[in-house]
Structure formats: C-alpha cells, structure tokens
Design a protein around this ligand. Structure first.
Ligand code: ADP
Length: 478
C-alpha cells in the first residue's frame, strides 16, 4: 500500500474557510476506502480549532525549525478521526491568532509551516511515497522536498485549488527566511517576488487543478494570474481532476443541522423552507421561491453582477438570503439590501456551518454567478440538498451544472455564458418560469435527484496519477 501525505492549510472538520477544507476533509477517505491508499494529512495547529478537537490530540514530539536566522519551536500532535491520521504542527507565535489567514506576516507563517512539515518527516511513524501539497500555503513544501530530499525516493504532487492566491513576498525574504544557496532562488521566484504557488508548480512531479475546464482556462493569461508560462512549461505533467463532495457528510437524510430530514421528498424540503422563513421573519409560504447564496464575499463570486440586478429581481415575488463574510463593499451592499427589502431579503454576515446547512436544505435555488471558479463545492452541496444551482459557465461550474433544456428535458440547473449582469437577470427570470411551470419543475427536480458528485471517479483518477508518478521514478509496485 502506498503512503501519501497531504500538506494543506485547512481541513474539515477541524478548520475551514472554504472549499479547500471540504476537499482535504473528504478526499483522503475516498482514496483510503476506494483505492486502498494510506493517506495522512498535516496541518497547522490554529487557535481557531475547536477545544473538543484539541482535547483529543496526542503529543508526538517537539523539534526546532529554522526560519532563516530564527530558530522556532514546533510541537507535533496527532489525532485519528474516522480512520485517517491527522498531524498538527503547533507554534504559538505563528498560529495563536484569531482567524487563519490575512496577517501581514502570512508569508513567514507558512514558510515556518512548510519548513516544519519537511523537518517533521523524520519523526513520523509513516514514510510518505508521495507528498501531495495543496495551494500556495503548501507550495514551499514541494520546493523544500526537492531541495532537502528528506525521504529517499519521495515524489511530489501539487494541486492548485485557486490560482488567484499565490502567496508572494519580496525576493529579499529569500535570505531572511531560508538558509539556502542562491541557486535555489530561481525555482521560487517569479516577477521579482518569492511566489509560493510557483514553487509548487515548478518543482512538483505532477501538477493538478480541480476541474478539467479550469485546467484549460489556466492556459490563458486571463485566468492564470501571471503564471501561464510557468504552467505551460509543465503542460505534459498537468491535468484537471474534478472535486467530489463528501456525500455522507452533506446528506439531507442524515444532516443533524436541518429541521426536517429528507431524501427526495419535495414536501419535506418545503417544510425546511417554511421553518426557515419563520426563523428569519420572512413571509411564510411554501410557494415563494427561495434563492440563496453561501459564499466568501469577494469579486470572484460574481457579486458585481448581483449588485447590478438584484434590486430589479427583488421586484418579483421571491425571497433572497445571503450568508457570507468578506470584503466591506459587499458586506455593506447586502446589509443595505436586507434593510431596504425586509420582507424579501435577509443577510447574515457570519461564517456559520449549521446555518449554511439549513439554507442548502431550504432553498429552491443556489446562486453562484462566479467570474471564475476553479471547481466550486457549493453548487455540488446544493445539488446534494436537491437545490437547483444557477451558475456562470466557468471552471468547475461548467463541468458540473448542465443547463435545463425544456426541449430535451435534460439538465440539473441553470447557467449563462458571458460575465454580464443582464444575462444573469435573464437566467434568474427563466428559473422563475421553470419553478412556476409544474411539468418543467418536476423534470428538473428529477434530474437533480439523479445528479451524483461523490469522489469515486476522481479518487480513481488521483490513484492513476500517483501510479504515473511511481512509474516515473521506477518504484516497484507493491
Ligand atoms: P471557495 O473555496 O472559493 O470559497 P467553494 O464553493 O469551493 O468556494 O467552497 C465554499 C465552501 O465554504 C462550501 O462548503 C460553503 O458551504 C462554505 N461556506 C462559504 N461561506 C460560508 C459561510 N459564510 N458560512 C458557512 N459556510 C460557508
């Protein structure tokens, strides 16, 4: 059995800001159960992690980590949860803070984490055949694995979950943060900055991203945020594998957060809607279509389109609920909307897992008109809860949502092509028409019930990829 070590910055159920946590929390189980791989995960030990988890951690060891001239202490903990072993690297200076990202010294914090990951390998009762690093926060571990070779024959895979966030810092930090010969700077530097995402792309044996369409899009400068030539140089080692969702965790029949559990029953789903309307002080009617957004409030999520047309759409007999946190521009906008349309719109500016489940379960439509979307987990979760996604055709949204077609009766949601507010408004209006036309709504609901986005196929694709990496290094298969 092969050993894979995932290196990442977030993971459900311990700590989450977005879809990365969902993937790191569910893919190891799929790889272990479906493909018989032995996967473990290593993460930073944030203060944010709930006490109930912290109490269950067992101490492994302590060691010293060099961050340039600094010598920082690292404590290593581990926990086994649902058959997967998770390691946590703790350092109170870097990780005892509110939230998990967004500090002026995030670069240094993740230099420490990556150095500590490499230093920890000799203390683990587990020898990785592959180090599989995710996103910029883990990109340096790929470079350091190549440079230090802490484990003989260990290979590396790097997955880009979002090209927008690259983890850049001034090139002067090379001498400040690394005790490395200058010959190693080239693989870490891009456009005069140290670039952690580039480190992963440049050094990994194989590079993946989280949907086939995003993999195509990344070949173009518009999507690749300045790194297209780095990526194009790796094109023969680069591919897109679509994310899945944890169908056990996101299951309307088993979810303890929702008021009325259901499998396919539209009647029971509507009870969740009326309970929610009651809870939120909205007019209670199971016939008013409910649109929701659950999202980071950032430009990527298509919020400028929403800003242009939402008030016009709110003239219809609908309800619109937003759950999100993020940039002030959007937080203020959605607060203003909720104040102006108290009978139709509700905004909750928090990160709230339990409330998000209630919304997925209660909604008729999930709105996600992203400017770009590497994969998107939210539209898949919406489908799990039998909620119709309304998306823009980009990245993983294009790969997972097929627009409903009245003529053929096919499709599991709604989509539009151009990044244009009135195209969004038109598709929102079309969704209303479908909602109010029983034969179409029934057909769409049937199609949604059949949509499947578990990990099976993708876990098998990752397994094939790992096999290719082993073949490259000539390791004998066990
Ligand atoms: P991204 O990773 O770009 O934020 P995804 O669609 O891939 O987008 O994943 C978002 C994940 O975060 C989903 O599980 C979604 O339900 C969750 N999420 C986003 N915002 C919130 C929030 N305010 N409260 C609870 N969950 C949220």
């Amino acid at each position: 059995m092969k050993n894979i070590l995932f290196v990442a910055s977030e993971c459900t159920p311990f700590v989450k800001t977005g879809g990365l946590a969902d993937v790191i929390g569910s893919l190891p189980h799929a790889l272990a159960n479906e493909e018989k791989l032995n996967v473990r995960v290593i993460l930073p030990m944030y203060d944010e992690i709930a006490e109930e988890w912290k109490e269950k951690l067992s101490y492994v060891t302590s060691f010293s980590v060099e961050v340039g001239w600094r010598k920082q202490d690292a404590d290593l903990f581990q926990i086994e949860h649902n058959g997967i072993v998770y390691y946590f690297i703790s350092n109170s200076f870097y990780f005892t803070r509110k939230g998990i990202y967004g500090y002026y010294d995030d670069g240094e914090r993740f230099v420490f984490f990556n150095q500590a990951v490499i230093a920890s390998l000799k203390f683990l009762d587990f020898t990785p055949d592959i180090l599989h690093a995710h996103d910029w926060q883990a990109g340096l571990s790929v470079a350091l694995a190549k440079i230090y070779q802490p484990v003989e024959h260990m290979k590396t895979v790097f997955t880009i979950h979002n090209m927008k966030y690259q983890g850049v810092m001034p090139v002067e930090m090379f001498d400040e943060f690394f005790n490395l010969n200058r010959e190693h700077l080239g693989g870490m530097e891009w456009n005069g900055m140290i670039n952690c995402l580039k480190c992963g792309i440049f050094h990994a044996d194989k590079v993946t991203t989280v949907s086939p369409t995003y993999a195509e899009e990344l070949k173009h400068p518009y999507f690749s945020e300045g790194l297209h030539s780095v990526l194009n140089d790796r094109s023969s080692d680069f591919l897109g594998i679509i994310n899945g969702v944890d169908t056990n965790e996101y299951h309307p029949l088993k979810d303890p957060h929702i008021d009325v559990n259901y499998r396919h029953s539209r009647a029971k789903k509507k009870q969740n809607k009326t309970d929610l309307q009651n809870q939120l002080g909205l007019p209670v009617s199971e016939d008013i279509p409910l649109y929701v957004m659950i999202t980071r409030l950032v430009e990527q999520k298509g919020l400028h389109l929403i800003q242009h047309i939402l008030e016009e759409f709110l003239q219809e007999d609908i309800q619109f609920v937003v759950l999100g946190t993020g940039e002030t521009e959007f937080e203020s906008y959605f607060s203003y909307i909720a104040t102006k349309y108290p009978d139709k719109a509700v905004t909750q500016l928090t990160f709230d897992e339990a409330f998000s489940r209630k919304l997925y379960a209660s909604a008729d439509f999930f709105v996600m008109p992203s400017l770009f979307e590497p994969c998107g987990l939210s539209q898949l979760i919406a489908l799990q809860y039998k909620t119709a996604p309304i998306v823009r055709e980009t990245g993983g949204l294009k790969d997972t949502v097929e627009p409903y077609n009245e003529a053929t009766g096919k499709g599991n949601g709604f989509s539009f092509t151009n990044y244009n507010a009135h195209d969004l408004l038109a598709v929102l209006r079309y969704s209303l028409f479908v909602y109010h036309t029983p034969e179409h709504w029934k057909q769409l609901s049937k199609n949604i019930n059949k949509s499947k986005f578990g990990w099976q196929k993708s876990a098998s694709d990752y397994k094939d990829l790992y096999e290719k990496v082993f073949e490259q290094q000539g390791v004998v298969q066990s």
